[in-house]
Ligand binder design. Structure first.
Ligand code: PFF
Length: 453
């Protein structure tokens, strides 16, 4: 049994904190989602709006989460019980733990596909296949009842194996190794991609500002994605914040993590689109971009064999450094609120989430006739968590810091290891009190159809 008063496991270094938080932020969202939505909604025009949301909403909500975590030294639920005892604020934490369950259940499925595609790449499985064959390779695989489940479980086991070891020796150590590896692979792939003949069209798709494509929907996607990509709204960074030492400069950490996440998303676009366009292939949306479009590119491309292996290793690593942060939200909650040991908490969380994940995987095939609100189980988990739970969580986290926790305590917490005062503090308070909640509320009302752009 864990003793609540035992010394809390902590990150050991500033680089470790940044690697872990950036590891959480950089994930499947950066690699297949961002490049695509940026291209579709007008390239640089979209980028401009997205960056505005990142600065005006992402940065302040991220700082809020870290403040809540470090000040309370607790998990996403316990943090509110410590900082606001006897109030309903703690339900934000429950919502976050719930979101962690749902997100990891489908995230693990897609990450499992990525593990499988490392192996297909190593076997040179895309060579000499027609586009139809590459298409059916993917659909047959994800619809099968056994194989994808096995890969998903392998991925979940890897996630659990890191989390079980703890914060410093597990999560921090792996992020410190995997994040630089990820950046190296990505830079290599981006260089290869832009030096292909015909790469220019891909760069244009990604960057050429086209304001006519920047629809209301694009603006909403920019905000939703800002949350998902920075891992905000479900207490991941409250949990990680609780392992950050008093000497850490939280403002600097937030800026570093945000810049890293954004640069990596843009680099992913540079690695993907020039290659896709160079071979005259139309980019697809979502998983299809990664698991169908890219394999079509790989098998035509000189050096495509190596490119594809590295790409799927990159994708798996990015997913793994995110999945450990999601699992840790649940593990820290079980550990502290139910007085469990880390080992027991990790096993329990992994088993429960994997069971939900198996349902997600099966909903691609045998369970596909079962739908709720017209969505498959997989799509439902994705939709509810990303579109509802994260923004609602982010909204209340901003309100909590802005209206309940207040300016003085914010200043005092940030002053440990850093500084936020004067105009910067005032701007931060203005953003969390008004800008973030109002913007998120507009997006939410739009998503559920109560407001229509
Ligand atoms: N930020 C991750 C990505 O972009 O893939 C996904 C994610 C991780 C969302 C952790 C939420 C979270 F708490």
């Amino acid at each position: 049994m864990a003793d609540k008063n035992q010394k809390r496991d902590k990150f050991g270094s500033t680089f470790g904190v940044i690697a872990a938080a950036a590891g959480s932020a950089v994930g499947l969202g950066n690699i297949w989602k961002f490049p695509y939505i940026a291209g579709v909604y007008g390239g640089a025009a979209f980028l401009f709006v997205y960056l505005a949301f990142i600065v005006a909403i992402g940065l302040p909500v991220m700082l809020s989460e870290l403040i809540i975590g470090r000040k309370s030294q607790r998990n996403a639920f316990g943090a509110f019980k410590v900082l606001a005892p006897g109030t309903p604020w703690k339900y934000i934490g429950i919502l976050g733990v719930g979101a962690a369950f749902l997100i990891l259940s489908f995230y693990g499925v897609v990450a499992g596909w990525s593990v499988h595609y490392i192996i297909v790449s190593i076997q040179d499985g895309f060579a000499s296949k027609s586009p139809e064959q590459i298409n059916s390779l993917f659909s047959t695989f994800i619809e099968s009842p056994v194989q994808p489940v096995i890969y998903q479980l392998i991925f979940m086991l890897a996630t659990a194996a890191i989390v079980i070891v703890g914060i410093k020796k597990g999560i921090e150590k792996f992020n410190k190794i995997l994040m630089p590896l990820l950046v190296l692979i990505l830079i290599g792939l981006a260089i290869k991609s832009v030096t292909l003949d015909g790469a220019m069209a891909g760069l244009e798709f990604l960057f050429k500002p086209d304001f006519s494509k920047l629809t209301g929907d694009g603006i909403l996607s920019a905000l939703g994605h800002a949350f998902f990509t920075l891992s905000l709204g479900m207490g991941t960074l409250i949990t990680y914040g609780s392992y950050i030492g008093k000497d850490n400069n939280l403002v600097k950490t937030v800026i570093n993590v945000t810049v890293a996440d954004t640069v990596i998303a843009i680099l992913a676009g540079i690695a993907i689109f020039p290659a896709v366009f160079a071979f005259g292939i139309a980019p697809a949306e979502g998983p299809g971009l990664i698991f169908i479009t890219l394999p079509n590119v790989f098998h035509q491309m000189p050096g495509g064999f190596l490119f594809s292996i590295l790409f799927f290793i990159l994708l798996t690593v990015a997913a793994l450094t995110s999945s450990i942060s999601i699992l840790e939200v649940v593990v820290a909650y079980f550990k502290e609120e139910f007085n469990m040991g880390r080992r027991g908490a990790t096993v329990l969380a992994t088993v429960l989430i994997s069971m939900l994940g198996i349902m997600c995987s099966l909903s691609m095939g045998v369970l596909s006739p079962v739908t709720l609100f017209g969505l498959s189980f997989f799509d439902l988990m994705d939709w509810v968590s990303a579109n509802i739970m994260l923004p609602v969580g982010g909204l209340f986290i901003a309100l909590f810091i802005g209206w309940f926790f207040g300016r003085k305590k914010v200043e005092a917490e940030v002053a440990k290891g850093g500084n936020l005062s004067g105009i910067f503090l005032s701007s931060f308070m203005f953003l969390v009190k008004f800008v973030a909640p109002i913007a998120i509320a507009i997006v939410l009302l739009n998503k559920i159809g109560l407001l229509n752009f």
